[in-house]
Design a protein around this ligand. Structure first.
Ligand code: FAD
Length: 233
């Protein structure tokens, strides 16, 4: 299996990065090919804008998604985007690996999503959910956070359910582009637990990676159950 890890943590000695390094070793030991896009280390530009296109379908008015399509067709997307798309299309499993920031991803990772998951290739027209352009690939979120599990484990929890919080990523991004979405791997309360608990998270993540094939994916809508206007049949 080819695995792309898109990693977004600014500190190389962080626990989050240790978890990333541990996963690379485990995957490598099991014979998988792994590529890592370490966004901070790469100085990845997260700002979607006109400089993303070497040639414009419409030089006067920027419709970002239409220019993504044009740039992809013409081979004129910015080189940093093209390089990430090549890795994305190579992988069988995409792991977005990040510390939770404001119930979401760090801005540098949001920018990777905006710039790399381009219209025309990963989605577009009626190509989304189970018709999405990345159908056949699997995807998983791996995240560390400050909060405790009981703050996110039920509708009654103070922040509600984690998977509801992560809906823009799980459904609006990974499932929307057609990928089969595995349950997130979560390391809770990371800065406040002791070293032994963090060591347990490393072990648990190793076990998760060794048993990916036995995981039941999350479920999302199928276009077959909606009419042409996207109303439920
Ligand atoms: P670190 O602070 O890097 O590491 C914790 C400890 O682990 C350190 O003492 C480190 O030395 C130690 N460590 C490093 N390597 C190892 C190892 N191999 N084994 C054992 N220990 C090790 N949290 C939420 O819950 N919800 C939010 O909405 C949220 N929003 C945030 C927004 C911002 C802008 C920021 C900055 C933080 C936010 N947080 C939030 C908290 C954030 O998610 C956590 O602080 C982060 O995920 C902790 O992981 P880390 O890797 O950065 O921890």
């Amino acid at each position: 299996m080819n695995v792309l890890i898109v990693h977004a943590h600014p500190e190389p000695r962080s626990f989050n990065t240790a978890l990333r390094d541990h996963s690379v070793k485990i995957l490598d030991d099991h014979g998988h090919a792994v590529k890592v896009s370490d966004l901070y280390a790469m100085g990845f530009n997260p700002v979607a804008g006109p400089a993303d296109f070497g040639d414009r379908a419409d030089p006067d008015y920027l419709v970002y998604a239409l220019e993504q399509r044009h740039g992809h067709e013409m081979g004129t997307l910015a080189p940093d985007i093209a390089a990430e798309i090549e890795k994305l299309m190579w992988c069988d499993l995409l792991i977005l690996h990040f510390p939770l920031y404001w119930f979401s991803v760090p801005a540098i990772l949001k920018g990777w999503i905006d710039r790399v998951l381009i219209s025309g290739l990963t989605y577009g027209g009626r190509r989304f959910y189970d018709q999405g352009g990345l159908k056949g690939k699997r995807a998983m979120l791996t995240l560390t956070l400050g909060g405790r599990e009981h703050m996110l484990d039920s509708d009654a929890a103070i922040h509600g359910r984690l998977n509801d919080m992560l809906k823009p990523l799980l459904q609006g991004t990974l499932a929307y582009t057609g990928m089969t979405v595995l349950p997130p791997f979560v390391a809770w309360h990371v800065p406040y637990v002791d070293d032994a608990t963090r060591a347990g998270y490393l072990d648990a993540y190793g076990e998760r990676l060794r048993t990916l094939d036995s995981l039941a994916p999350l479920t999302f809508p199928s276009l077959d159950t909606f009419d042409d206007a996207m109303r439920p049949k």
